[in-house]
Design a protein around this ligand. Sequence first.
Ligand code: HEM
Length: 328
Amino acid sequence: MGMLFSLVSVLILAAIAYIGVSLNLQGLFGVAVPYLAVLVFIAGFILKVVKWGKAPVPFHIPTTCGQQKTLPWIRHSKLDNPSTTLGVIGRMALEVFLFRSLFRNLKTEINDGKVSYGSNKWLWLGGLAFHVSFFVVLIRHLRFFSEPVPLWVNTIGAVDGFMQVGVPHMLMTGVVLLVAGGYLLLRRMFNQQVKYISLPADYFPLFLILGIALSGILMRYFIKVDIVKVKELTMGLASMNAKVPDGIGAIFFIHLFLISVLFVYFPFSKLMHLGGIFLSPTRNLPNNSRAVRHVNPWNPEVKLHTYDEYEDEFRELMKEEGIPVEKE
Ligand code: HEM
């Protein structure tokens, strides 16, 4: 149900862009909506990160998987149980760039009434391929927003198209994005355990990103658009002086509208794990609770009345009663 709802939502979004272009609303779909989307994305992202950044961290709760730093002759697991900020950065980098915890994820099954754990690397591979290809596609798109195009952007494009299949050359990461995204979707649809816990919020971004990749691929290889005119528009967008040239095909506006929706949706969705991972206390705290005192910011302020203060207050009375005092 959630799956169908999400699929239909994305199809309706694509139809809205198509109908909009048929009604000559290119200005709305080519300029106004993308600008608004970028604004919502930036403001939403910043507000979320600031909100999370300001949240108190009452407990010291790093996730640990190995030996804590202890006596010198017990080997410390520096990566799995980091005790310093450098260790945290190392573990975080491996997580962000290689999805290390997903690599170590196991499949739990019941065989002959007993729980058994098996290797499960496909999710890791599919997830990593999806994210890396998305990132490379995004970087490659900078060629639409810069003139002259920086050498490194062109180089990435050239490496991506090195197989030189077809005209224009097939760009590998675009295809990998579609295939890996398709795998992540099929896994949700056919793996019963995953299907059971999947919500529209899981299906919708997948369909949306697949829609973006599919419309991009259609536009590059099959339903061609006038790329010179596209560049005129995108350079206008980048220089805050946008106007839409005539004759760009509807498929481009579908691509752009789906991207705009993704941008608006991003800060309010699970996709914020992009920013959230760095603010997650289980990941960004070193495990040094034996060495450094962690103060709970929620602790109420305790009003202390020290013995010194007590004696200052009652010294004369104490002396009258013959009670010994520390200071005369
Ligand atoms: C979330 C961001 C985006 C994603 C994931 C995405 C994805 C893709 C993919 C997979 C392709 C197929 C070819 C390739 O692999 O490069 C493509 C092509 C294309 N995209 Fe995007 N895109 C995004 C943003 C944009 C934006 C912001 C624009 C312009 C305003 C744009 C304009 C185009 C054009 C014109 C093509 C055809 C390229 C060609 O003919 O060489 N895309 N996109």
